[in-house]
Write a protein that binds this ligand. Structure first.
Ligand SMILES: Cc1cc2nc3c(=O)[nH]c(=O)nc-3n(C[C@H](O)[C@H](O)[C@H](O)COP(=O)(O)OP(=O)(O)OC[C@H]3O[C@@H](n4cnc5c(N)ncnc54)[C@H](O)[C@@H]3O)c2cc1C
Length: 504
């Protein structure tokens, strides 16, 4: 019997596991308990799908490519837009309850750079929570083995991926090492936002999938493209609460400490300019000490329409009807990742990737808002189908070894903090050759100071992925999409292709 192993329990991993378990035994390994540690549960804006009467997959695809800086994979975009309606119908059939209009039809929201109302949402701004709840509920009723452990290595036979090695913490400073073999391994470990000191991503988003795939020799692509969200609530929390872009769709305005609009003179589209342009405006205003903030005071029924944002503001002792909300640009989404084809297959036999850790090419150099949950669902279906059709064998081994009781792990927190600060300062919203080289030198120093004590830790993954992102950013001597170089501020046709990277 062919077996599959899925790493990660966000939208991508859960959706792959659910589909595959109809055909083969599936093991799902995740770092945190189900429902925790997945960016999916934090998604506020919604899921894009061309299901409105005035909409079409062609229009959705065109909008997606318009913001992608010329690097989208056209065929992957067509797949995304065309297969969206079917995937949405399936999650509704599973029990997802999206918000509806008074006539019972799906309520469709509008977001910046979408030319039609096509954003499905649930509970106002709690879409990800509802999607995750639905998928987890289905997974709990399915014949899927769930192991809570952190995968830190891919097992290889030649260049074929045959399983994973993981570490499970048992409490009382005890841990065990698990080696799990399978015929198909799917990495669905999410993004890498937590590499940056300002981020909206959960702490589990340390780019593990990219690090694991890189060490195994898989091809990587588009690593320099990290999207920064312009409106993370800057009240000293880590991760930073997100103020959804839908707020600006409803008329919220970015202002500085003196109440002056940040966007009015910067872009004709004002506050509805594309995310990367707004993120740079907010970042520069922060550097200039202008204390950027989002003014939502005039939005009626705020608490009712944006309950999550309202609760975050109140938790920070801010009242959205009286106070402007301080914001900063924060690492939010990684367009780059493990190179995959339209069926999620990586360059290594036995290895597939799905969700944010994969790079299907749908987003190009910049992601259109609300396309990533959709990407996870659409490509999860394709990954599962490809595995069903092509994976062979009957590999099904699990080895568990108790690890010696630790005598206190070295405290790596200071290094962790340092890597994140370097990434935000030098590999962040605006980079240049000097800052990128400085980051690489800093990583050399940190690695030298650490010696071997950090191997197989999240910190080792962060250092490797940080290094890979900085290297990719250094090689792209132009500005495009989310990648902005101070020393090369213009887009250059000589760089009008996706950039591949291999670690070995
Ligand atoms: C605050 C916020 C708001 C967002 N809003 C939207 C939105 O409105 N619309 C939209 O389309 N997108 C949105 N996004 C982006 C979207 O949520 C993510 O891109 C998407 O959910 C990624 O899904 P995923 O399954 O790939 O990863 P995740 O949902 O992040 O899941 C990753 C899983 O992998 C596990 N994992 C990680 N490393 C390991 C390891 N080494 N071993 C074992 N398990 C591991 C994690 O614990 C987790 O279970 C938002 C993101 C954030 C952070």
């Amino acid at each position: 019997m062919t077996t599959a192993l899925v790493v990660g329990a966000g939208a991508a991993g859960l959706a792959v596991a659910l589909r595959l378990c109809e055909h083969m035994p599936v093991t799902l390994v995740c770092k945190a308990p189900l429902g925790h540690g997945a960016a999916t549960g934090w998604a506020q804006g919604g899921i894009a799908a061309a299901v409105g009467a005035d909409d079409s997959p062609t229009l959705h695809a065109a909008d997606t490519e318009r913001v992608g800086g010329g690097l989208n994979d056209h065929h992957a975009v067509e797949i995304l837009a065309t297969e969206a309606a079917q995937r949405i119908a399936e999650v509704i059939a599973l029990g997802a309850s999206f918000d509806r209009a008074s006539d019972g039809s799906l309520a469709l929201g509008q977001e910046a750079a979408h030319s039609r109302r096509r954003i499905l949402h649930a509970g106002g701004d709690a879409t990800g929570r509802e999607l995750l709840r639905t998928l987890i509920s289905a997974v709990r009723h399915a014949p899927i083995t769930i192991i809570e452990a952190t995968v830190d290595e891919l097992l290889l036979d030649g260049n074929r991926v045959i399983g994973v090695r993981a570490q499970r913490t048992l409490g009382n400073e005890q841990a065990e090492r698990i080696e799990c073999e399978a015929d198909a391994v799917v990495l669905a470990t999410g993004g890498c936002g937590h590499l940056f000191s300002y981020t909206t991503n959960p702490p589990e988003a340390t780019g593990d999938g990219i690090a694991l795939a890189a060490r195994a020799g898989a091809d990587l692509i588009d690593l320099e493209f990290v999207q920064f969200h312009p409106t993370a609530l800057a009240v000293g929390r880590d991760p930073m609460p997100l103020l959804t872009e839908a707020l600006r769709g409803e008329g919220a305005r970015l202002v500085d400490a003196s109440g002056r609009s940040l966007m009015a003179e910067r872009d004709l589209r004002g506050d509805l300019a594309p995310r990367d342009i707004v993120a740079r405006a907010v970042f520069e205003a922060s550097l200039q000490g202008r204390r950027p903030a989002l003014d939502v005071r005039h939005i009626p029924d705020f608490a009712q329409h944006f309950p999550t944002v309202y609760a975050e503001a109140r938790a920070a002792h801010l009242d959205p009807s009286h106070d402007v909300l301080p914001v900063a640009s924060a690492a939010h989404y990684h367009m780059g990742g493990i190179t995959v084809n339209d069926d999620g297959r990586s360059s290594l036999p036995g290895l597939w990737a799905c969700g944010e850790t994969a790079s299907t090419g749908v987003h190009g150099a910049n992601r259109l808002a609300s396309n990533s949950l959709l990407e996870a669902l659409v490509f999860a279906a394709r990954v599962a189908e490809d595995i069903r059709q092509t994976a062979q064998g009957n590999r099904c081994v699990m080895r568990v070894t108790p690890l010696p009781r630790s005598n206190g792990q070295p405290n790596l927190q200071a290094f962790h903090t340092k890597v994140r600060e370097v990434m935000y300062r030098d590999v962040g919203v605006i980079r240049d050759a000097a800052s990128l080289e400085r980051a690489l030198h800093e990583f050399d120093h940190i690695e030298a100071a650490l010696g071997t004590q950090a191997s197989h830790t999240p910190l080792a993954n962060m250092l490797l992925v940080g290094r890979l992102i900085a290297t990719a950013a250094l090689a792209r001597c132009e500005s495009r999409g989310s990648h902005q170089r101070r020393d090369f501020p213009l887009t250059d046709t000589r760089f009008a292709q996706r950039a591949h990277l291999r670690y070995h």
